[in-house]
Design a protein. Structure first.
Ligand SMILES: [Zn+2]
Length: 277
């Protein structure tokens, strides 16, 4: 017998041309048969709607009347355009307004959520967290009763997220990860890949990876005196990196360099980075 009004959080991988090694973007359906919301809308292609509507009917959920976008990137936001028949209210963080409007154009009706807001759906309550890093207006969603965190692209199941200009900021990102460590979490729903069942271990892995990378960048700048972000990225990654993601790797390197410049340990002249002191 099916439980009545059961509150559900369903991960829905929808196909998207996203970054190697991932081939899907996760959307999440939250709610019950009377009321549901969608978190992230995937890529703007018909499969998005087909997969979502099948999942809604398989799990006996209401058609979502609200869509919360974690961020504006092309594999997360523009799928809204496939879902206009639902007449949804579309939410993002105010800092993500311009990039989201650009991503979902000609849709131009946005509502906003801020850090500390709560969002009620079905019998459940969702806490909204402003979690900048991957983008400046990135939203995370936390469901305290289930101890579940939906982390968008701040966490991916395999490897690490790319963090870089113009949208991303490494100082923000490390602060966000440290803040997320303070939540009571049983599992993390990432932007790409399966549920993360060892949340603290995974966040620590990402934090350590970023700190190790920073140390490596400083060592390479000591050794080579002056490097561009391209030559630095080649020295860091050449043997391991899939060619299709070299550019996001370079931008992640650049995000580290921007952090080190702000902290006064690296300087930039033209396109050449060097260590200070
Ligand atoms: Zn993204």
């Amino acid at each position: 017998m099916q439980k009545k009004n059961e509150f559900k959080i369903i991960r829905v991988p929808v196909p998207s041309p996203t970054l190697y090694p991932h081939t899907n973007t996760n959307c999440y359906l939250i709610g019950n048969e009377h009321e549901a919301i969608l978190v992230d809308a995937g890529y703007n292609q018909p499969e998005t709607r087909i997969v979502l509507e099948k999942t809604i009917s398989d799990h006996n959920l209401a058609v979502p009347k609200s869509i919360i976008l974690t961020h504006a990137h092309p594999d997360h936001a523009p799928g809204v355009l496939q879902l206009q028949d639902w007449s949804p209210t579309v939410y993002c963080h105010p800092a993500e307004k311009e990039t989201t409007l650009a991503a979902i154009s000609p849709w131009n009706n946005l509502s906003f959520l801020n850090d500390g807001d709560t969002f009620k759906v079905g019998d459940g309550e969702i806490q909204i967290i402003h979690a900048p890093g991957h983008t400046s207006g990135h939203l995370n969603l936390y469901i305290p009763t289930e101890q579940i965190l939906l982390a968008g692209d701040n966490i991916v199941a395999e490897g690490t997220s790319w963090i870089g200009p113009p949208d991303g900021d490494m100082i923000d990102y490390l602060n966000t990860l440290n803040r997320l460590m303070g939540l009571k979490i049983k599992k993390i729903g990432p932007g790409h890949g399966g549920w993360v069942l060892k949340p603290y271990q995974h966040i620590e892995f990402v934090l350590n990876r970023r700190l190790e990378r920073e140390k490596q960048i400083k060592e390479l700048l000591h050794e080579h005196e002056q490097l561009t972000s391209i030559s630095l990225t080649k020295l860091i990654y050449d043997r391991y990196i899939h060619p299709s993601i070299f550019e996001v790797a370079r931008r992640t390197t650049e995000a580290h360099l921007i952090k080190l410049i702000k902290e006064g340990s690296v300087s930039l002249q033209g396109t050449l980075y060097s260590i200070q002191g």
